[in-house]
Design a protein around this ligand. Structure first.
Ligand code: HEM
Length: 538
């Protein structure tokens, strides 16, 4: 018994909760059932599987000092990005390794799909995914006056997460509810294409500005429409100045969150000036979001009751505080993710002209005339486009690893892993491995097709893994991405418009490069060529 108790000393969760002098801990979350149970450090299992498993302490991995030495100047991992860091650690330690939490829960990195299955299947109804602690701190500790204890989906855990999620699931996940936004999302995509055309050099077919920045504005305009029922006018000559500020604050938020939530930081003990500026940035986002929501509420009241109530109206009907937190979550979680995905998908299609030609044939069926509108009806049947999206996100899932904190004692890869430990599931490594996807280096949308589409588009499902856990670009289970249907609609709409109008090729000197922060973001030399498509040709 004592021996097994020793194992639990490794549970950094407990250490964290007891750390002296910490300005903010998971104390609030302790009120929640799941975390209360985690504090009880006695093992809950005595079955054979558990008893025969190897002790937690035997999981390979660096100790605290060795880990720190890797990151110091001259260290083996100094200045490496997250992806390279994980790859090298996997080479050194194998398919499962343990990284000390340094004040956070220890983290297990696993590249074994059986571990993914065990982790997800033991998630329960309230899966734990901690991470953005600054988010929780801001809402719960710093601005209770605004949020009144509502942390929102990204930060809540346990029952309070479940209560919000149950309420907002029908609003954001129901297909019909999402699809009611299609006409406006299509308008936004048309405006984007008009904007692109105005920036396009008709001789070189290149655009005279940073494409990635433009795509971020498209993602911002689209998600703002869904979350705030407001057109920001980012592609007009005079966008709303508050919208420009909000978009900038969002970009800063993303960068700062990586600094304070992912990298080691001491803000929980001492708030340095940079962190105070980060809180100010949160305040700015909150203030502008609330102003937009209040303006929308006035509009709803003026315009009277409508049967087709929009997402924001439905969220407001639940509770104004939930609506504010959810709108902010949507803006924060739905801008960089969707824009990075769009560039990734476009890059893969642009680099594969034969597949692009096949795709365009499908798009000509959907939009015989370029200016036709996209409707629920004509977007129902786009199997090749959907396969291209899936395939690009297989090669580069925007979130290359999925994360959970275990709420039960688990056996992973033959080791005992106590509840309260972080588990990072390295899904991108598996979705790019020959073991699970034949010809894994190739862009092969056909692997996702259910049936042949044409004489020259043969379905190839045997090139796809039968294991559902090796391809999860939107996560899994009750805590899966709540915006996945919205993201899919936005991506499909703009891709139809772009590829229906232009033959697109990649001009970058190297393959598309990424920087890894909270997500993978394309960066560096991002240049495409946009040649207008001759009508009725592919
Ligand atoms: C291609 C674009 C996107 C990708 C690849 C993506 C991916 C993800 C992933 C992997 C998760 C974690 C799921 C899990 O732990 O099982 C997540 C969570 C989340 N996503 Fe997305 N996402 C995208 C777009 C969006 C959009 C447009 C929204 C806005 C509605 C959004 C809102 C959220 C929220 C609020 C969560 C937290 C859900 C919760 O904890 O209950 N995402 N996303």
């Amino acid at each position: 018994m004592w021996k097994s108790f020793e194992l639990y000393k490794h549970c950094a969760f407990k250490q964290k909760l007891l750390a002296p002098g910490r300005l903010f801990s998971l104390g609030r979350e302790l009120k929640q059932q799941a975390f209360l149970e985690l504090l009880d450090t006695k093992p809950t299992r005595s079955d054979d599987d558990w008893l025969q498993a190897k002790p937690y302490a035997e999981i390979p991995g660096p100790g605290t000092w060795r880990l720190l030495s890797y990151f110091l100047p001259g260290g083996k991992l100094h200045n490496t990005n997250l992806i390279d860091m994980n790859r090298r650690m996997r080479e050194w330690y194998g398919d499962i390794y343990r990284v000390p939490g340094l004040g956070k829960p220890d983290m297990i990195f696993t590249y074994n799909p059986n571990d993914f299955a065990v982790t997800y299947r033991n998630d329960g109804v309230w899966p734990l995914r901690t991470g953005l602690e600054s988010f929780t701190y801001y809402r719960i500790v710093h601005r209770p006056d605004v949020f009144g204890g509502v942390g929102g989906l990204v930060s809540e855990q346990g029952k309070s997460w479940g209560d919000i999620r149950n309420k907002v699931n029908p609003v954001l996940m129901k297909v019909q509810n999402v699809k009611q936004n299609l006409p406006q999302i299509d308008e936004i995509s048309k405006d984007f294409v008009d904007r692109l055309e105005s920036l396009r050099d008709p001789h070189t077919h290149t655009i005279k500005c940073n494409f990635q920045d433009q795509i971020k504005m498209w993602a911002f305009e689209s998600i703002s429409y869904v979350a705030l029922n407001t057109r920001m006018g980012m592609f007009t000559d005079h966008p709303d100045p508050n919208a420009i500020r909000l978009a900038k604050y969002m970009i800063d938020f993303f960068n700062d969150s990586f600094k304070y939530d992912v990298r080691p930081s001491i803000w929980q003990y001492y708030q340095m000036p940079g962190f105070k500026r980060f809180l100010q940035n949160y305040d700015n986002i909150t203030e502008i979001t609330i102003n937009y929501i209040e303006a929308a509420m006035d509009r709803f009241e003026r315009d009277g009751h409508s049967d087709n109530t929009c997402v924001l109206q439905q969220l407001l009907a639940l509770n104004k505080r939930v609506a504010v937190a959810m709108a902010m979550d949507m803006l924060m979680a739905g801008m960089d993710t969707t824009s990075s995905a769009l560039v990734t998908i476009l890059y893969n299609i642009a680099s594969n002209p034969v597949k692009q030609g096949q795709l365009r044939r499908e798009l000509f069926h959907i939009l015989p005339k370029a200016n036709d509108s996209l409707t629920e009806e004509n977007t129902k049947n786009m199997p090749y486009l959907r396969a291209c999206i899936k395939e690009a996100l297989r090669i580069t899932p925007i979130t290359p690893g999925n994360f959970r904190v275990t709420s039960k004692d688990l056996v992973l890869s033959g080791y005992r892993v106590p509840r309260g430990t972080g588990v990072l599931m390295g899904v991108m490594e598996l979705s790019n491995s020959e073991e699970y996807f034949a010809k894994s280096a190739e862009f092969l949308p056909e692997r996702w097709l259910k049936q042949d589409l044409d004489s020259d588009i043969a379905a190839c499902p045997e090139a796809r893994s039968r294991n559902p856990f090796v391809y999860l670009p939107f996560g899994f289970g009750p805590r899966t991405c709540i915006g996945k249907r919205i993201a899919a609609m936005e991506l499909e709409t703009l891709l139809v418009r772009l590829l229906r109008n232009y033959r697109i090729s990649w001009l970058g000197k190297k393959p598309l490069q990424y920087e890894s922060s909270i997500i993978l973001s394309p960066h560096g030399d991002i240049r495409f060529k946009f040649e207008p498509v001759v009508e009725n040709s592919s």
